[in-house]
Design a protein around this ligand. Structure first.
Ligand code: ADP
Ligand code: MG
Length: 211
């Protein structure tokens, strides 16, 4: 579905990723692990196509839709969106009005992620966990072939985490490819494959102990 070959990336000349190779298969989950600063978020941006690699290539199967949940989403708070509006954006299609199915998908996800009672609240009025659950609902509202999620459960309590993991497992069962950055061993154990990024060069931390 999505293949990365010999990827390299630099910020203002400072190398972050070097010779990264991976393949996201249908009906499989791929975990991207590594310590802080190892380049997980950067890699996910390259895979999603929101940044371009300095070296190597990312190829996506023709027609494949990619849904990205970034790690940093603070900019969205500037918009006066309610929780429902934010989740609905995940189903927005420019050339048609929302269908009954669109509404049903949004309602079901809001219930499953326990944000239905927050429907009219603005994003900026939510707790970190409530806000993250809203953005996860927006991501899963999309009918995508590949879901790219950057530490989606880092701010969530145990119950919410399990709900998200159930959603992930269902999407995989339905044939989607999932690529998820995580520094939680238990969470990465859910994946079929793992790509482990090394610690940044300036760090003396042993990357093998730091997944
Ligand atoms: N916009 C940026 N400009 C310059 N350096 C950046 C930028 N974003 C990230 N970096 C640097 O790139 C490295 C990898 O960052 P990141 O991909 O966010 O790692 P991770 O997600 O694994 O914590 C870090 O050293 C970070 O400081
Ligand atoms: Mg990151």
């Amino acid at each position: 579905m999505l293949t990365a070959s010999h990827l390299g990336f630099r910020y203002a000349g400072i190398p972050v990723l070097h010779d990264v190779n991976l393949r996201a298969e249908p009906a499989a989950m791929l975990a991207v692990t590594g310590p802080n600063g190892s380049g997980k978020s950067t890699l996910l941006h390259l895979l999603a196509g929101v940044a371009q690699p300095a070296e190597g290539t990312v190829t996506r199967d023709p027609g494949i839709r990619v849904a990205l949940l970034p790690q940093r989403t603070a900019d969205i708070d500037a918009l006066p969106l309610t929780v429902t509006e934010c989740v609905r954006i995940g189903r927005f299609t420019p050339w048609r009005l929302p269908s009954r199915r669109d509404r049903a998908v949004v309602t079901a996800l809001m219930e499953r992620l326990d944000i239905a009672h927050l429907a009219r609240r603005r994003l900026r009025e939510l707790s970190g966990g409530q806000r993250q659950r809203t953005l996860i609902a927006q991501t899963f509202a999309q009918d995508a072939g590949v879901y790219i999620l950057d530490e989606p459960t880092a701010a969530l309590d145990t119950g919410s985490r399990h709900r998200v993991h159930e959603l992930l497992t269902e999407r995989v069962r339905d044939g989607a490819a999932i690529i998820m950055a995580s520094h939680d061993d238990e969470e990465s154990a859910l994946a079929d494959h793992t790509v482990r990024l090394a610690a940044p060069e300036s760090s003396s931390v042993d990357p093998r102990g730091q997944a």
